[in-house]
Write a protein that binds this ligand. Structure first.
Ligand code: AMP
Ligand code: FES
Ligand code: ZN
Length: 275
């Protein structure tokens, strides 16, 4: 009976997830975040079209949040104006997507925010976090991240045990029309490199990615690795501008970044509409 908000990017994973949840009878609305990325292929415009087409065909509700409309600049524009994004917009983009997803889930009274992360995504993140022994990130990684008292929505990744090729096969067989292009800024990203390395290992040892991820979950269940409750929540307080929990003093990274972007962009309006 939970009300779900599914973050849909227009790609195969999140549209397949929305399709599956709908077929299973869940009350699931979609959320598409317009990032304003063109990359010579009209990436954002095309992915929005795919998400809207799916929603219309299945008579589902899709909430669209256009970052440029709400915050005053597209993700590539914002990135070019901040130190955080000078090389690549991915950091500003990730920060913004997380903030918007959480805000819409909270304001809309949704119980769970579901994303389309698949096993390949999760194994690559786990690989990166293990290489750097980022204990805090390892503690928070898993199929479900419980809601925090400070107002962060409960998050779920129902497809985290499915290989990317399985979600692609599902989308092709249904069939679901999705955007084939990856984000043009993903080229050269560390996560793609980790995926390639894991694919090479998987080719020689089929099942390696799945066992890597499942063994990690098992180790967490046995208490060998710290879990969500053991790190993090202490030291969080509401951002003085938007109210979302943050560990930074005063403003959260999202508000600080976007205030800087608007100032440098010469935007006199504080922000285009309330957050
Ligand atoms: P990515 O970070 O691009 O690998 O995407 C991971 C998940 O985040 C996707 O499966 C979607 O659930 C969600 N997501 C990514 N981009 C968007 C977007 N523009 N709008 C809404 N959800 C998104
Ligand atoms: Fe955000 Fe590529 S920079 S999806
Ligand atoms: Zn804030």
């Amino acid at each position: 009976s939970d009300r779900l908000l599914v973050a849909v990017s227009g790609g195969k994973d999140s549209l397949s997830l929305w399709d599956v949840l709908h077929r299973l009878g869940y009350d699931a609305d979609g959320l598409y975040i317009g990032l304003g990325i063109d990359g010579g292929v009209g990436y954002s415009a095309e992915s929005q079209r795919k998400a809207e087409q799916f929603a219309a065909e299945h008579e589902l509700r899709l909430i669209v949040v256009d970052v440029a409309e709400v915050e005053g600049a597209t993700i590539p524009e914002a990135a070019s104006l901040t130190r955080r994004g000078r090389d690549k917009p991915c950091s500003v983009c990730g920060l913004t997507k997380r903030h918007v997803m959480n805000r819409v889930a909270r304001d809309g009274g949704y119980d769970v925010l579901a994303t389309g992360h698949n096993l390949d995504d999760e194994a690559a993140v786990l690989f990166g976090n293990t290489l750097s022994w980022s204990v805090g990130y390892l503690a928070r990684q898993g199929p479900v991240l419980e809601a925090s008292a400070q107002g962060l929505a409960r998050k779920a990744k129902p497809f985290c045990r499915f290989y990317e090729r399985e979600t692609a096969a599902y989308a092709l067989l249904r069939p679901i029309e999705y955007i084939y292009d990856e984000c043009p800024h993903a080229v050269g990203a560390k996560s793609i490199y980790y995926k390639e390395v894991l694919n090479r290992m998987e080719a020689e040892r089929p099942g390696l990615k799945l066992s890597f991820y499942l063994s990690f979950l098992e180790a967490k269940a046995q208490g060998v690795l710290p879990s969500q409750g053991e790190t993090g929540a202490a030291g969080l307080h509401p951002c003085e501008t938007c109210g979302q929990p943050t560990s930074a003093p005063g403003q959260c990274a999202f508000c600080r970044t976007w205030d800087q972007v608007r100032a440098r962009h010469g935007l006199t309006v504080e922000r285009a509409s309330p957050r």
